[in-house]
Design a protein around this ligand. Structure first.
Ligand code: ADP
Ligand code: MG
Length: 226
């Protein structure tokens, strides 16, 4: 489902580099991405999502070469096939919880908004504990509630791939477990492929696999090994 091969990436500025000889995630596999702050966890997710494109190598998602697409095509593919929970949420503050959850349907013709979708959005919002706030503008939510809106939005289109960047980073321990359990139960039920960045090492046993981005670093700086 996700297949990176001989990928080399660096930003235009700074000297951060990541090198991924091979990284595969099977359909339905649920993987956690770990590593210290600044190690490239978000970058790895952005490579898979096609938000950034590698200088060399291949990023294949669901059989398609993401790096070979044009910007518009890549964006449409991302919206239609992937659910993203960004570290900074990327919600529209003035829109309601429900409208934020339905946002992907407003920005791509690839997703059709109908009654069933709205019902699914309501149900998922209920599952993540924000079902009573559907009409409230997001700017009047707590940080943890905003995070749950972002999770809800990612799940509504029933994406083949879910990419979540620290989706439980700002939640209290009880809600954290509930949200991860819900996210993973949803993934298992729908055979969703999941990559989740997490710092919660107590939650790692819930994942099929743990990917430490440090392994993509060591390969990038062989001269620093001593
Ligand atoms: P993590 O998510 O593990 O904390 P990131 O993937 O966000 O790490 O960042 C990895 C490195 O790349 C960091 O050193 C960060 O400062 C740098 N970086 C992130 N985004 C950019 C950017 N747009 N331009 C230049 N450097 C960046
Ligand atoms: Mg990050």
């Amino acid at each position: 489902m996700i297949d990176l091969q001989d990928v080399e990436f660096h930003y235009d500025r700074g000297n951060f580099r990541i090198r991924v000889p091979r990284f595969e995630v099977e359909r339905g596999e649920v993987a956690a991405v770990i590593g210290p702050s600044g190690s490239g966890k978000t970058t790895l997710l952005h490579l898979v999502a096609g938000i950034v494109v590698p200088q060399s190598g291949h990023v294949r998602v669901d059989g398609q070469d993401v790096g070979g697409m044009g910007d518009a095509e890549r964006r449409a593919f991302r919206i239609a096939r992937m659910g993203l929970v960004f570290q900074e949420f990327e919600l529209l503050e003035y829109l309601s919880v429900l409208d934020n959850a339905l946002l992907p349907y407003r920005i791509t013709p690839a997703l059709q908004l109908d009654r069933q979708v709205v019902e699914r959005a309501r149900a998922i919002a209920g599952d993540v504990g924000i079902g009573d706030k559907l009409g409230r503008p997001v700017r009047r939510l707590s940080h943890g509630e905003k995070q749950r809106v972002a999770i809800c939005r990612a799940l509504v289109p029933d994406p083949a791939i879910l990419l979540a960047d620290e989706p439980t980073g700002n939640l209290d321990p009880t809600t954290k477990e509930r949200v991860i359990d819900l996210l993973l139960a949803h993934a298992r039920k729908h055979d969703t492929t999941v990559l989740t960045v997490t710092h919660d090492h107590g939650l790692l046993d819930r994942f099929d696999r743990v990917v430490d981005v440090a392994e993509f670093h060591a390969a990038a700086q062989p001269e620093s090994a001593s």
